[in-house]
Design a protein around this ligand. Structure first.
Ligand code: ADP
Ligand code: NA
Length: 327
């Protein structure tokens, strides 16, 4: 129908944290009128590290429920599981044959994950970016709204698509990353030079979307800040700058307005305000999540209907690709 389209997704591992929300999920809400939107629970990506089956099933469902709780309308947006649409795996195999080992070797996320999971460096972990390329290209995505850590994977996706198009003609839309200026890289509250991440072992390092108000406030109170006492954003003060960024998004203010609001006030007072603003931002999401979780049939029907819709779009691209390569 000529409408532009977009794809994004999250892993079904761990619990969503504030970085996932501010860097990605929150931004997804602005596209539903202009784009055909596909938001996936990427459970096939999740098994690149070992998962407990019952836990994975539960987390995948919670993630899809959180998408809706965060405000995504499941009629206007296609919310589905990657494993329910086999075209992801089929296109990924084909694209594997158009991707070089050297390219995958350069992926920094692979290097990080391989170091972290040294006893299980499987081939899936290595070819993860190819599956991600398939995810995006299947839907002829014009843009891909993600956090900054996904930039390198997006560049590879573009390279693979351009390589394929060069041989076979215009098969794939070349996607653009959509990365917001603020929120694209939320840092750990305990080590503000590291990004906030699901796999952080320190429970105080991350705010999880389902943390209660007291927990959120306590974690912000304990957040590591830099020497000094001014509420001022600066590159060489990552601790306070991270908090300023979080506050400004949660309170709907600019960085400058935030600095002004807390002029002459101390870190303690500011940290409390950050905690309160974040708790207030997350509260309606948590309430909706609790409500939605009770309605098993509703969630089941969304999972089923949306998988069919995603499959219809994905298969159109897959058939085109298959024909081009001689299947
Ligand atoms: P994680 O990196 O926590 O395992 P995913 O790989 O599932 O999460 O990423 C889901 C989305 O969240 C991606 O768009 C990613 O870029 C974004 N994201 C992850 N961590 C952060 C962060 N600390 N700040 C901003 N965005 C992030
Ligand atoms: Na498109």
């Amino acid at each position: 129908n000529g409408k532009k389209s977009l794809f994004s997704g999250m892993q079904a591992t761990g619990t969503l944290h504030l970085g996932n929300y501010l860097g990605a999920l929150k931004n997804w809400l602005e596209f539903e009128d202009e784009y055909e939107c596909f938001y996936c629970v990427v459970d096939m990506h999740s098994i690149t590290v070992r998962q407990d089956p019952a836990e994975l099933r539960k987390k995948a469902r919670n993630l899809l429920t959180l998408y809706i709780a965060a405000g995504l309308d499941p009629v206007k947006n296609c919310l589905y599981y990657q494993s329910h649409v086999s075209a992801h795996a089929e296109l990924a195999w084909i694209l594997n044959c158009f991707t070089y080992m050297g390219e995958l070797n350069r992926m920094t996320q692979y290097k990080d994950k391989a170091a972290k999971h040294a006893q299980n460096i499987n081939a899936g972990l290595f070819t993860y970016p190819v599956l991600m390329a398939a995810d995006i290209l299947l839907f002829q995505s014009d843009i891909v709204p993600v956090g900054e850590d996904q930039k390198q994977h997006l560049e590879l996706t573009r390279d693979i698509a351009e390589r394929f198009n060069k041989i076979y003609g215009d098969v794939f839309t070349i996607p653009e990353p959509y990365i917001k200026k603020t929120g694209a890289r939320i840092m750990s509250l305990q080590e503000p030079t590291k990004k906030m991440s699901k796999s952080d072992e320190n429970p105080n390092a991350s705010i999880f979307l389902l943390d209660d108000t007291d927990t959120i406030i306590r974690k912000f109170k304990r957040a590591v800040t830099d020497s000094g006492n001014e509420i001022r954003y600066s590159e060489d003060k990552p601790g306070i700058s991270n908090l300023i960024e979080i506050y400004s998004i949660a309170a709907g203010k600019s960085i400058e307005e935030t600095e002004k609001e807390f002029e002459g006030k101390g870190y303690g007072e500011f940290k409390l305000a950050v905690g309160e603003a974040v708790a207030q931002m997350l509260k309606p999401i948590q309430e909706r999540f609790a409500e939605l979780s009770k309605d098993k049939e509703y969630i089941d029907s969304i999972i089923k209907n949306n998988a069919e819709k995603a499959e219809y779009f994905a298969n159109k691209t897959l058939r085109k690709v298959q024909k081009k390569i001689g299947f």
